[in-house]
Design a protein around this ligand. Structure first.
Ligand code: 13P
Length: 243
């Protein structure tokens, strides 16, 4: 099934009020035929949503609960209230840095959906797992255990060793992984699983975006470092629109 591509930027812990100009520049230049979302730090969501009405803003994480004594956390409906319509859950920087297991990731995705957010669930293997030849089986199991009763908008395959390193799996390896993940999604959701957009993430840059978007079952990208500036992000968005 051919999908309209989705290019999601993940700003991680970058950006202050000064960055709004960059977001305005990105929002103004998104071409037709591609969906774009910028997943911003929680502190920038409302400011960005006001600056670029109609442009899709996302969050990077949500709490499982809707409210309560959870110092420092942000609930999904609060992010929605601030202007987010998407969120990432299960990024490897949350799984590893904050000990989030698959069941927590699934619970976060359920909480996000309940608050009206579209969800991008992330999965990906370590370098050791890749070198041991166990990437597909490991990531497939991770996906199965992270899924929600209702299909998410997107699943992002992000090999941990490719994030921020300039390393990217071979096009064949990306294709093999995405084919395996598509099978898991169809097994879980039937026809609706064919509509979940499968994003690749990990060192996507203007120079490699077009070849990645040409791989079967790659329906877009989750972009870290190269999403921080219009100069880097827009060529990636344009490559997706042209794919
Ligand atoms: P980079 O694009 O900087 O490698 O980051 C990928 C990522 O983690 C996006 O969520």
């Amino acid at each position: 099934m051919e999908h309209r591509k989705l290019v999601a930027g993940n700003w991680k812990m970058h950006g202050t009020a000064q960055s709004i100009a960059e977001i305005v520049q990105i929002a103004a230049a998104v071409p037709r035929g591609v969906d774009v979302v910028l997943c911003l730090p929680a502190t920038l969501i409302e400011r960005a949503a006001r600056a670029v009405p109609g442009f899709t803003i996302g969050a990077q994480d949500v709490h499982i609960e809707a409210a309560g004594a959870f110092t420092g956390d942000v609930a999904a409906h609060q992010l929605h209230d601030a202007g987010a319509s998407f969120t990432i859950v299960g990024h490897s920087e949350r799984r590893d840095g904050h000990g989030e297991a698959d069941a927590v990731v699934a619970a976060k995705a359920i909480a996000a959906m309940a608050a009206g957010l579209e969800v991008i669930i992330c999965v990906g293997e370590t370098r050791d797992v890749r070198e041991a030849g166990r990437a597909v089986v490991t990531v497939s199991a991770q996906l199965d255990a992270s899924l929600t009763p209702i299909p998410p908008t997107a699943v992002a395959y992000e090999p941990i060793w490719a994030i921020g390193t300039g390393l990217v799996p071979s096009l064949q390896d990306i294709g093999d992984m995405h084919a395996a993940l598509r099978e898991r999604l169809v097994a879980a959701y039937g026809e609706a699983g064919a509509r979940v957009r499968l994003l690749y993430g990990g060192s996507v840059k203007p120079g490699n975006a077009a070849e990645i978007f040409a791989i079967p079952n790659v329906d877009g990208a989750l972009v870290g470092g190269a999403s921080l500036t219009a100069a880097d992000f827009l060529p990636i968005v344009e490559a997706a629109a042209a794919a």
